[in-house]
Design a binder for this molecule. Structure first.
Ligand code: 5GP
Length: 185
């Protein structure tokens, strides 16, 4: 878990407590897609998924949004004690597409301190998109250090470490179809 070394945690038995069920996730994604489609109308949008955590959310959201959608991915440096202490976010994989003039919708798994999103917003806005908005499946308002705008939020959750539906712990649990709180036993 954040702040602890991976080796320490790997030896710890863990327990999962369901926070958001598969059905609730899918219902909310359906209504998010309807809201986004209403706002954008027929305009083409470019969904930019933030790897790796957003891969399932992007897959489900994009299918519900229907036509006129292009997709690209960006990857930042992974979550860890190093990042929170240094306050630096690095780009590990940049976009393949030129976003100038495009309606970019950044697709995030979770906004925690807001550091990653603040950095990504700056990075993308200097490339002169026609519009730049953010959809995040999860948000932890209590953990926010860097205030940043999120136009569409799936669920506000408490300040706990969660896994599932794309979110990992040491690359595990991404394939859970629901969101769970991970606790050391
Ligand atoms: P932020 O920069 O907002 O502090 O953190 C954003 C990133 O940290 C997310 O994209 C995600 O990779 C990771 N993260 C933050 N909170 C959690 C969490 O509860 N569970 C998991 N698995 N990752 C998290």
């Amino acid at each position: 878990m954040p702040g602890e070394s991976m080796q320490q945690c790997a030896r710890m038995p863990e327990s999962l407590e369901t926070l958001i069920s598969q059905a609730d996730l899918q219902d909310r994604i359906e209504s998010l897609a309807e809201e986004i489609r209403r706002d954008y109308g027929d305009q083409q949008m470019l969904l930019v998924g933030v790897l790796k955590g957003s891969y399932l959310f992007l897959a489900d959201l994009s299918r519900r949004l229907g036509g006129n959608v292009a997709i690209d991915f960006v990857q930042t440096s992974s979550y860890g004690a190093e990042k929170s202490s240094s306050g630096v976010v690095q780009i590990r994989k940049d976009l393949d597409i030129n976003i100038e003039g495009q309606n970019v919708l950044l697709v995030e798994d979770i906004v925690d301190t807001g550091l990653t999103l603040t950095h990504l917003r700056e990075l993308l806005s200097v490339r002169k998109p026609n519009s730049l908005k953010v959809v995040s499946l999860l948000s932890k308002p209590e953990a926010r250090v860097h205030q940043t705008q999120i136009e569409y939020v799936g669920f506000e959750i408490p300040n706990a470490f969660v896994v599932g539906y794309g979110l990992d712990y040491s690359e595990r649990y991404r394939n859970l179809p629901y969101i769970a709180i991970l606790r050391p036993e």
